[in-house]
Design a protein around this ligand. Structure first.
Ligand code: 5GP
Length: 194
C-alpha cells in the first residue's frame, strides 16, 4: 500500500531534475521532517508486522535515518553497509559491488561479519529505488551471510526505471510507500495506481 501523506508531500515539495532525479532533500534526505520520518517508520513496521524482523539493513548515507525510524518500531538494531573504494583496509567483512545511480561510480559496500549471520531476519530499507542496484547489493550481503531476507522497504520507487519490477520478479517482498509512474519537470509527477 502506498502512503497518501507521503505522496502529497512529494507533490508539494519534490522537484524533478534532469537525468530522472527526484529531489526531496527539503524533507527526506538532506533536511529531514522528523514527523514524516516517524510515520514512514510506522508504515514499514505495519507492512512487515509479524515477520520476525530482527535487524534492519541499509546503505550509507541517506538510508540511515529511515532505517533508524523503522528500527525504533521493531525495537531492533540497524546495520548500515559502508561504501568504500579500497577493500584492502577491510578485515573480516562481506562485500558486494553497487553502481551508484546518482554518481555512476561503482562502490564496494561492506559489512562486518560480526554483525550479520545466519540467525538474522533482515529487512532492507532505502530512500529510493531506481534500477535496483543498491537493494540487490544489500541482498547479496544477506545471502553471503546465510541470513534470511524478509523483504525490502523503500520510500520512493521510480517505477518507470524497472528496478522494482526486477526485484519483485525475483520473489523479494518489496514494499514501496510511493511509486512514481512518470515524472517530468513541466508535466509533474504521476503515481502508480494501487
Ligand atoms: P538504484 O540502486 O535502485 O539504481 O538507485 C537507488 C539509489 O540511488 C538510492 O540509494 C538513492 O540514494 C539513489 N537515487 C536513485 N534515484 C534517485 C533520485 O531520483 N533522487 C535521489 N535523491 N536519489 C536517488
Amino acid at each position: 500500500m502506498q502512503m497518501k501523506l507521503l505522496q502529497d508531500r512529494i507533490l508539494k515539495d519534490g522537484q524533478v531534475k534532469e537525468g530522472n532525479i527526484l529531489k526531496v532533500d527539503s524533507f527526506l534526505n538532506h533536511q529531514i521532517d522528523i514527523d514524516l520520518l516517524g510515520r514512514i517508520g510506522e508504515e514499514f513496521s505495519r507492512q512487515f508486522a509479524g515477520s520476525g524482523v530482527n535487524k534492519i539493513l541499509t546503505i550509507e548515507a541517506s538510508g540511515i535515518a529511515i532505517a533508524c525510524a523503522t528500527a525504533v518500531c521493531f525495537h531492533c538494531p540497524i546495520l548500515f553497509a559502508k561504501k568504500t573504494k579500497s577493500l584492502n583496509i577491510a578485515g573480516d567483512v562481506y562485500t558486494s559491488k553497487v553502481e551508484s545511480f546518482t554518481h555512476k561510480t561503482v562502490n564496494d559496500i561492506i559489512v562486518s561479519k560480526s554483525f550479520l549471520g545466519p540467525e538474522d531476519r533482515i529487512l532492507i530499507i532505502d530512500d529510493f529505488l531506481a534500477n535496483g542496484k543498491a537493494i540487490l547489493g544489500l541482498s547479496d550481503l544477506v545471502r553471503q551471510a546465510g541470513a534470511t531476507l524478509i523483504g525490502a522497504g523503500v520510500v520512493i520507487e521510480k517505477g518507470f526505471q524497472g528496478g522494482g519490477d526486477r526485484i519483485r520478479s525475483m520473489g523479494i517482498d518489496l514494499c514501496s510507500l510511493a511509486i512514481v509512474e512518470s515524472m517530468d519537470p513541466v508535466r509533474g509527477i504521476v503515481f502508480r495506481k494501487d
